[in-house]
Design a protein around this ligand. Sequence first.
Ligand code: R5P
Length: 311
Amino acid sequence: MAHPFKLFATANSLELGKKVADELHTSLGKLYSTQFSDGEVYSRFDESIRGETVVLLAQANLPYHHLFELFITIDAARRASAKEIIVIIPYLAHSRQERKDDSRSSISSRLIADFLEHSGADRMITVDMHSTSIEGFYKIPIDHLQMAPVFLQNIKEHFDPSHLALCSPDFGGLKRIRAYKQILDCDLVVINKERLKPNQVNTMEIIGHPEGKDVIIIDDMIDTGGTLCKAAEILMDQGARSVTAYCTHGVLSGKASEKIQQSSIKELVISDSIPHLELPGKIRIVSCKKVIASAIEKLMQNKSIKALNTL
Ligand code: R5P
């Protein structure tokens, strides 16, 4: 028998929350949130959740009040006697800081894990974590979902595999593109990227042969767009026929969207793990709603989630 649950979404997540609710043929529960005039966040469940399994979707991207709203909403659920609190955080902020990259720096990704657990979360579901080692920061179970099956289907619908090359913009993403290669059976290109400091790419060197190929860059996130635009430029200089990118998390900070628009990138495909009001022409969204809804369904039926990530 299916496990009963109540689905809620934080203020920033209402649009995706409604889509997920529709997929599950349910509706969102009543959650009220506001801010005091100094910005202090307030959150309250406007229906009883006593003894319930609460599934809370939170697009907790920056600014920080989204993340803080999540912490206090989990706390509210715990204090309202929810039986179990499952949080779904499609984009896990601070994932890039999962190790000390220099002496006297923080491992803030670990702090986020501590905050979530201390708030009272019993389980966390996320999509395309920057590094799987982050799972080790949590004592609660983590379900790590992937956009790869959705992106792969999309690539198959839009490209002729005989002219394709898959590209990772750094060595860290090599494993990711190898998984796609098993299905698409095409060439691989890797970029040897060096950074001087966060968000600033210093050098890039192409390893592989992009000449005459429709190159598809796969990455977990695009933030300033620096990595992607520079990669596209170099790939085109080296004879690529076109460069398209599939990045799960469209952080798109600062002038990233304009940068993409002016770059040699043909199209950037992102998920809606982070909400955006408006996006320019070259950026297309492929929703993560089905991935999340399917995971909730499997979880409630105590069925394996691994199959969802299988390409
Ligand atoms: C790096 O390891 C990530 O996978 C992305 O390539 C990076 O975070 C993108 O950042 P930006 O768009 O600022 O270059």
